[in-house]
Ligand binder design. Structure first.
Ligand code: C5P
Length: 246
């Protein structure tokens, strides 16, 4: 178990098609050892009730709906999501400064505001896809540009590939929250993730939270895999702390 001040670093992606499956799986998890993520597929099927049930069971919920709309609409959506008691939510940084600031303002005044993070560039988009949409900058430069804009617009952090973590840690400073999917244990199946990173590497490169789906959800013994990832994270944190104090 991670006993560092940030609490559990693993966010388990509950990528299920029904509330029953998601809740049955959550039953096998321990909120002290992980957080959970509800994305568009599950939320579209179950609506806010499932989020409230997970919160009631003691889970920190990352509501991964990637809002991208006019500022007023995104601000209202963020306010509604916060009312569900979620721990983290996200918007698209490409929605622009005014949209992100509106989202931030919508959460101002809450006693325990959720972490508000931004998506920079979807990792499914390559240079050619971006060019077709008129974004001529190299993907990595665009990621850095959008992460800096997110920071300047009051976001708490970004979702990024673990391979971008060290770059963004340098660009956006130590307090900026980096959430990284695409995590695999060294000996695990890659599934459809192309650029995978181990938990140790992601943490030592500066990631704060790791989104992990199938390596845990499809494991015969999910808690055993979670424990192994948590142990790897604890070792990486200890080794990073050792390096800092040297
Ligand atoms: O099963 P797996 O560990 O690949 O799941 C990763 C989770 O993170 C999924 O919910 C996926 O949608 C999400 N994600 C991702 N890559 C991104 C952004 C989000 O895999 N770039």
């Amino acid at each position: 178990m991670n006993m560092d001040q940030k609490g559990p670093r693993v966010i388990v992606a509950l990528d299920y098609a029904s509330a029953a499956e998601a809740l049955a799986f959550a039953q096998r998890l321990d909120p002290k050892r992980c957080r959970v993520k509800v994305g568009k597929e599950l939320f579209t099927v179950t609506g806010p009730a499932l989020v409230e049930q997970l919160v009631a069971r003691g889970f920190d919920v990352f509501l991964d709906l990637k809002y991208h709309d006019i500022p007023n609409t995104v601000a209202s959506a963020c306010k509604s999501a916060a009312a569900l008691g979620v721990w983290m939510m996200n918007v698209h940084a490409s929605g622009g400064r005014t949209m992100m600031q509106a989202a931030r303002e919508a959460l101002a005044g809450l006693s325990r505001p959720p972490k508000l993070i931004a998506v920079t560039v979807l990792t499914s988009l390559g240079a050619e896809d971006l060019r077709e949409t008129g974004q001529m900058e190299a993907p990595q430069l665009l990621v850095e540009r959008l992460a800096r804009l997110a920071a300047a617009s009051g976001m708490d952090g970004v979702v990024c590939s673990a391979q971008e973590a060290s770059l963004l840690r340098r660009a956006c400073g130590p307090a900026f929250c980096l959430v990284t999917p695409g995590i695999r244990l060294a000996d695990a199946a890659q599934d459809d993730q192309k650029r995978i990173v181990t938990p140790q590497k992601a943490i030592s490169d500066g990631a704060d939270y790791l989104v992990v789906g199938r390596p845990i959800t499809r494991a015969a013994d999910p808690l055993a895999v979670l424990d192994r990832i948590n142990a790897d994270i604890a070792a990486a944190l200890k080794s990073s702390a050792g390096k800092m104090s040297r």
